[in-house]
Design a protein around this ligand. Structure first.
Ligand code: SF4
Length: 872
């Protein structure tokens, strides 16, 4: 530590901090404008000048490092004069249009002028010509208001890794402009809006909606992906008018992506379900909640008395809260008496965490996202992680660019991170498992394994080694399309650094052999010893915000809350005062076949639409039409809702309180920001109302009541009540004193290598179909929810297909043409978008739009072969 004196106060600071940071940390205020705690200082505004004893000139404190023994003064007549002068220069061309500027009330320049008593513009100059760019969606750029602090350029480059903005021209003609020199065409994360100290970058959705002092800021959690970004819902007159995030108190450091910042519009979408519906004479007609619940209870009771409780199944929701999901699974187990309760996590996250649990006894991502920044090697497989989880992925940029980490990206498509990668493995679609086997073999063959770690902490190594001895790298190369030398290079970059992280993406998890692929990843982690330490570990993509919480709550047909086996039910039996069925239920991957076979007669969907999220929508539709009773509760009139016998509207995340758990196990509390429509209830209340029509009613008084029960039911959550309502929440498992766990620690239990028979990836359908289609998340949308929100829609309004221009040209397709995509399962229509980084004969379709869902085309996973044709 370094000791220095600021304004007579002796303080200590880390050696690499600046004087400004040391002062702010010690509660000493120094005026500043261009400095931002998230960014490298550029010292352009000169407001933070201080005097240092023995130094002739005042120094900018934001980029002067602390030094042992220095004596700093922050306020002298000279410094006051210099600061006032600096402000006068900034005001030279700054229009005083505060009455119509959205930043008024939170403008740092306004505050500084007020603090320094600047009442007039001293210097007159010829008014220069400035441009205001209204052309881009979501963000407006007012050059005249710009103070050239460079924060927008820095955040776009340093934090986002995008570099869409830069300084152009020199001297007095200097401006901030899009690098493309056209209108802003970027990720539309809005980080430039967030860090701009004045009103140069403006959120177009917020413009003229409110003055900032009219807003109430309510803490919540982004409803989209599992990055779990803390947000503030800015509310006026019961409506959300913008979303912000606090960089000081949130785990995401105030970073948001387009979905979190601009995607709130679905809450007030006029197509929200506003009334319950009942099917009458083949049509859904409005009905009272009371009537719908009575009808649903009678329907379930009739089915149970005819076929037994195991004839009813339910799917929970990765967008509902922990409390909603906990009550939902309890309804099935305690009220209906079946374990037939599951979710779409069965198609992705569960494949990962089940394997991880078998290997190291930890059912989740092992470390915190921020730790990735300190990994010396990062291996991403089966993922465009920057699109799946934009904010969780940001530390990768710092690690690769600033800390020189090895970055190995394995994915068939080009991703944003390819620009930072040290090795790119663009394998053939569906050959992930083969590639992982090749990497394991290469690690063993090159003697890269961490023998001391293996000896001390693992078991089953010899058997695993024996299993992989049959893998031939030549065969791996010909199957995956990755040369042996590149596989070996990747193996070295993964294994040799002292610390390393592996990120398993959505595409890896969604393949049929996803679970086996994660077992191979576990083998790599144990071979390299990259587990249980800072900067090491495994991360799973959680492309929906409460996917982890949903699994934690036991919305799993074969596991009770807290990942207990069905036979380990003593504690829960005592807690619930009921016997719990011990036979595993029908899980999501078995559900459609079970309906087809007549085993499932009634289905309850809570915030889940299998027609969008299960493969083979045609088969799913046919199965749903066979049900004797289908109950749907959701925000919108989904595809499944249109087939339902009863539909119930629910409150959105902003209209209720509750907890959600991010992909890094962070349990956070969402506060209620708006009143829902009259009669619209949170999911758990609807489930509870339904339970009260059965012999085993539930009777919770509040969300907090349920959370307290969860703390008993889910061992990992015990003690979480002490910190869950803090802004950054708490990561499970929680210690007795309420402290969370950022990182999995090695325990006395030996981690287990998987030595199973290794299966090559299976063929994927009809080879006569010329294109391989990959589908999944994209940056601008998340699930279907964002397609009800004005912000993301303004950037990506219609379904699209990404295709290489040469492939398109062979088919006579021009950019923006409407194309028909066909597979044996069905066909969809979307707009062609050119992507010249795609491999030949590979196309990508995002999975957001109901009218062009890839689920219509796929058979068993998110990948399939298709035919493409220009639509005439
Ligand atoms: Fe953060 Fe994900 Fe929301 Fe984007 S979508 S703001 S990354 S939680």
């Amino acid at each position: 530590m370094v000791t220095l004196t600021i304004d007579g106060k002796v303080i200590t600071a880390q050696p690499n901090t600046t004087i400004l940071e040391a002062a702010l940390g010690a509660g000493i205020s120094i005026p500043h404008l261009c400095y931002h705690p998230k960014l490298f200082p550029i010292g352009s505004c000169r407001l933070c000048v201080v005097e240092i004893e023995g130094v002739n000139e005042p120094m900018a404190s934001c980029n002067t490092p602390v030094k042992e023994g220095i004596r700093v003064t922050t306020t002298t007549p000279l410094l006051e004069r210099l600061r006032k002068q600096a402000l006068q220069y900034i005001l030279l061309n700054h229009p005083l249009e505060c009455p119509i500027c959205d930043k008024a009330g939170e403008c740092q320049l306004q505050d500084l002028c007020h603090a320094f008593g600047i009442t007039e513009q001293l210097f007159a100059i010829e008014t220069p010509s400035f441009h205001t760019d209204y052309s881009s969606p979501l963000i407006e750029k007012h050059d005249a208001r710009c103070v050239m602090c460079g924060r927008c350029v820095s955040v776009c480059t340093e934090v986002q890794g995008v570099h869409a903005l830069d300084f152009v021209h020199n001297g007095y003609q200097s401006r901030i402009a899009p690098v493309s020199r056209n209108s802003l065409d970027c990720e539309f994360c809005g980080q430039c809006v967030a860090v701009c100290p004045v009103g140069a970058f403006i959120d177009k959705l917020f413009k003229y909606k409110a003055r900032v002092w009219q807003l109430t800021k309510v803490s919540s959690v982004c409803p989209y992906c599992g990055s779990g970004c803390g947000i503030e819902l800015n509310v006026k007159d019961n409506r959300i008018v913008r979303v912000t995030s606090d960089e000081k108190t949130t785990a995401n450091r105030g970073n948001l992506c387009i979905r979190g910042r601009f995607g709130y519009g679905f809450v007030h979408n006029q197509n929200r379900l506003q009334s319950p519906f009942l099917m009458q004479h083949g049509k859904l007609v409005p009905a009272s909640l009371h009537a719908v619940l009575d009808f649903a209870a009678d329907a379930f009771k009739t089915i149970i008395s005819a076929y037994g409780p195991d004839s009813i199944a339910g799917l929970g929701s990765p967008h509902a809260s922990n409390e909603d999901n906990y009550v939902f699974q309890k309804f099935f187990r305690v009220v209906l008496g079946t374990n037939n309760v599951d979710s779409i996590a069965r198609f992705n996250l569960l494949r990962g965490i089940v394997s991880m649990n078998h290997s190291i006894g930890f059912p989740a991502s092992t470390n915190s996202y921020q730790e990735i920044e300190r990994s010396q090697s990062i291996f991403i497989i089966g993922s465009d992680f920057s699109a799946e989880m934009p904010v969780a992925s940001l530390p990768i940029i710092r690690a690769a660019r600033d800390n020189d980490a090895r970055l190995i990206i394995a994915y068939p498509l080009h991703t944003k991170f390819d620009a930072f990668a040290t090795t790119r493995l663009h394998y053939r679609p569906q050959s992930e498992l083969m590639l992982l086997a090749g990497l394991i073999k290469a690690i063993l063959e090159c003697g890269l394994e961490n023998s001391p770690f293996i000896q001390q902490y693992t078991e089953n190594f010899d058997r695993m080694k024996e299993t992989f001895s049959g893998v031939a790298l030549d065969a791996v190369a010909s199957h995956t399309g990755i040369p042996v030398a590149l596989i070996e290079k990747a193996a070295r970059e993964i294994a040799q650094p002292a610390t390393g992280a592996v990120i398993c993406g959505d595409s890896l998890l969604r393949e049929l052999d996803g679970e086996q692929a994660v077992r191979a990843v576990c083998n790599i982690l144990l071979l390299t010893g990259h587990i249980g330490r800072e900067g090491c570990g495994c991360f799973f993509s959680t492309a929906r915000n409460n996917l982890q919480g949903l699994c934690d709550m036991g919305v799993t047909a074969d596991l009770l809350p807290g990942y207990r086996s069905l036979s380990d039910n003593n504690e829960l039996t005592n807690l619930w005062h009921r016997n719990i069925p011990v036979t595993p239920g029908v899980n999501a991957t078995e559900l459609i076949a079970a309906i087809e076979q007549g085993k499932i007669k009634g289905l309850y969907l809570m915030g889940c639409d299998p027609l969008m999220s299960f493969p083979d929508a045609k088969r799913t539709r046919a199965a749903l039409s066979k049900l004797e009773f289908l109950l749907v509760q959701d925000l919108f009139h989904t595809e499944a809702a249109q087939m339902a016998h009863a539909v119930i509207p629910v409150a959105s995340f902003a209209e209720k309180e509750g907890s959600v758990t991010s992909g890094e196990r962070r349990i956070q509390w969402m506060q209620k920001a708006c009143e829902p429509l009259p009669g619209v209830l949170p999911d758990w209340r609807i489930v509870q109302e339904l339970s009260q029509r059965f012999a085993e009613p539930m009777d919770y008084r509040s969300t907090w009541d349920i959370f307290q029960e969860i703390e008993t039911a889910v061992p990992q959550y015990r003690g979480a009540h002490q910190a869950v309502k803090l802004r950054h929440g708490v990561q499970w498992p929680v210690a007795e004193d309420g402290t969370g766990t950022g990182r999995y620690h090695l325990s006395t239990r030996r981690a287990r290598f998987f030595a199973e028979a290794w299966q090559p990836a299976r063929a994927s359908g009809d080879e006569s179909l010329p294109f391989m289609m990959l589908s999944g998340p994209s940056l601008y949308h998340c699930g279907t929810l964002s397609t009800y929100a004005e912000g993301p829609l303004s950037v990506r309004p219609v379904p699209w297909l990404e295709i290489h221009p040469q492939d398109a040209s062979r088919l006579g397709i021009h950019e923006n043409d409407i194309v028909m995509v066909r597979s044996p399962q069905g066909e969809i229509v979307c707009r062609a978008t050119f992507n010249n980084l795609l491999p030949e004969k590979v196309v990508f379709v995002p999975d957001h739009f109901r009218e062009a869902s890839p689920a219509t085309l796929t058979a068993v996973s998110s990948t399939c072969r298709v035919q493409i044709q220009k639509k005439t």
